[in-house]
Design a protein around this ligand. Structure first.
Ligand code: FAD
Ligand code: NAP
Length: 511
């Protein structure tokens, strides 16, 4: 009999979890508390309790070739950076193509997950769900937690003296939908993560004045890179990952250097989750957004900043991020102040059996979807018993997770997972057998298709997907025929050849 897997949540992580289970001949049942798929990306004015909430205008900041699932490229005519409605279209196509919907029980919340009395021997879980007021319990061989970590607002009111006396309105970015309530107001936005930057830009279109308060500043990246190529397709390459601390930091610094005056910061460019916003520098340079330091205190009608300046304020937006918790997992894992010990951000280390996995509980310098997908491919193989629990699990080397310390570098982390699954591309073999592909894998954008070239779950079209990725990037921009398209800035051919020879030499020396 196929092992039964409970998947909690039908967002992007839940969808690829269902697919990974099917690929390993496991029997998935996905419980989704709302009536539809998509999780955070399905915009609604009033989303269901317990589901993440986004604003009407939100546009993803990871480009289509970098955020897609590894065996399902985003259609070539879709824009490189998609609005939430377009992302939903893509998720629906994915669910339909792989026939995933029939494994989802909508309007069903998981309210309790507990070990069975014989857990030490069987690794089984009792999962209690609630649908239309009725509770039901069922036994599962494994559980994949795909509930997201951008649902519960982090509203640190105690850090802001006087906020209780403030007579204006304040909200968390989670509850922001559009500019309606802010027109002609003087507004302070707190936090310069991607929410703070997006909201400051949008609100400043109609507000009297926007102040953007930040305690540490930020490096601001553009979505649009040289020649109009998505910046993540230029920066997220194996070459850059390899040279990270030499070339890459300075290369990345140079590409954002022109913005360092906007919100000066003291940390290095890739040391924290990047703030990506093409419009913010314009709003700042035109004075519509004024960058301010941290807030010292609120009065009834104003804000006093740490530099002693005081501004009259009508409304406040706390873009101060999110916290996560798993109330249904009674006592199985402990989250203390957003910290959860997980082996490779996936498995609780101290369970007798590795039958519980957390998916997407990471803050990558890149897209979450392909990471969730590879985590699912790994977890399902562990559930299936095709791979052993690594002896490393016994070492106290677990990562302490917090909203911004669950941060991972995209390529090293993907490669680490891929090594576990047995799907990490082998550059040496590629250079010897398929140099054209090898050059694109080594020097081009590290797209998710690279993890379908070999091993379990190999996809026959992965090679073609890699070799045509640049065409899909250019396609939506081809508004008229041009003799020649400017190519994405990559390493000059000479350096590529030197790099290829170096890889071969290192490869031969190693073996
Ligand atoms: P979610 O999309 O949050 O889905 C979780 C699902 O679980 C929901 O449908 C929820 O209803 C369901 N659920 C929760 N609890 C239960 C329960 N007890 N029982 C049953 N169902 C339950 N990431 C990127 O990679 N690129 C981006 O550009 C990007 N932009 C973002 C923009 C914003 C404004 C925010 C807030 C986040 C952004 N993210 C981005 C991160 C985002 O979290 C991921 O893109 C993605 O949505 C994570 O998918 P998920 O399925 O893990 O979680
Ligand atoms: P976030 O990245 O956690 O940023 C929170 C911000 O609030 C940080 O600047 C932080 O400052 C500040 N902050 C937190 N507590 C504070 C306090 N007590 N006092 C002062 N400042 C405080 O949260 P987010 O911006 O909501 O982003 C969440 C996730 O959604 C990220 O993955 C992000 O990429 C994603 N997102 C994407 C888009 C998009 O694709 N367009 C839009 C929005 C969000 P410190 O850095 O000093 O801690």
């Amino acid at each position: 009999m196929a092992k039964r897997v409970a998947i909690i949540g039908g967002g992007s992580s839940g969808l690829c979890a269902i697919k990974a289970c099917l690929q390993e001949s496991l029997e998935p049942t996905c419980f989704e508390r709302s009536w539809d798929i998509g999780g955070l990306w399905r915009f609604e004015e009033h989303p269901e309790e317990g589901r993440a909430s986004i604003y009407r205008s939100v546009i993803i900041n990871t480009s289509k070739e970098m955020m897609c699932f590894s065996d399902f490229p985003v259609p070539e005519d879709f824009p490189n950076y998609m609005h939430s409605s377009k992302i939903m279209e893509y998720f629906r196509m994915y669910a339909q193509h792989f026939d995933l919907l029939r494994h989802i029980r909508f309007r069903t919340s998981v309210c309790r997950v507990s070990k069975r009395p014989d857990f030490a021997a069987t690794g089984q879980w009792e999962v209690v769900t609630e649908s239309e007021g009725k509770q039901e319990a069922a036994i599962f061989d494994a559980v994949l937690v795909c509930t997201g970590h951008h649902t519960e607002a982090h509203l640190p009111l105690s850090s802001f003296p006087g906020i209780n006396n403030f007579k204006g309105n304040y909200i968390h970015s989670r509850d922001y939908k559009d500019t309606q309530d802010f027109t002609d107001k003087r507004v302070v936005v707190i936090g310069i993560g991607n929410s703070g930057a997006d909201l400051a830009v949008e609100i400043s279109q109609t507000a009297k004045q926007v102040f953007l308060s930040t305690r540490r500043g930020a490096w601001i990246f553009n979505r649009v890179g040289p020649h109009g190529y998505p910046i993540d397709t230029i920066l997220t390459t194996r070459t850059n990952a390899f040279l990270k601390n030499l070339l890459s930091q300075s290369m990345v610094s140079n590409s954002v250097e022109k913005h360092t005056l906007m919100a000066p910061c003291t940390f290095r460019v890739l040391d924290q989750h990047p703030t990506i916003n093409d419009d913010l520098p314009n709003r700042i340079i035109s004075g519509r957004v004024l960058v301010k330091p941290n807030i010292q205190e609120f009065t009834e009608t104003s804000v006093i900043f740490e530099d002693g300046t005081r501004e009259d304020i009508d409304a406040v937006v706390f873009a101060t991020g999110y916290v996560f918790s798993f109330p249904f997992l009674e006592g199985c894992v402990k989250v203390v102040e957003n910290q959860i010990p997980l082996y490779k951000f996936v498995f609780p280390p101290d369970l007798e059996k590795p039958t519980l996995a957390f998916i997407g509980l990471i803050q990558p310098l890149g897209a979450i979807m392909p990471i969730s997908e590879l985590q699912c491919r790994w977890a399902t193989r562990i559930f299936k018993g095709k791979q052993d629990k690594s002896p490393l699990w016994l070492r106290p080397k677990y990562v302490k997770s917090r909203q911004h310390t669950i941060q991972v570098d995209y390529i090293p982390y993907m490669d680490e997972l891929a090594s576990q699954v047995g799907v990490k591309p082998n550059l040496l073999t590629l250079f010897l057998t398929d140099p054209k592909l090898a050059l694109e894998v080594a020097f081009g954008p590290c797209t998710p298709y690279q993890y379908r070239l070999r091993g379990p779950g190999k996809w026959d079209s992965a090679r073609e997907a890699i070799l045509t990725q640049r065409q899909r990037i250019i396609k939506p921009l081809q508004t008229r025929l041009m003799e020649e398209h400017p190519s994405a800035p990559t390493m000059p051919l000479f350096f590529k050849l030197v790099g290829a020879v170096a890889i071969l030499a290192i490869g031969f020396a190693y073996f």
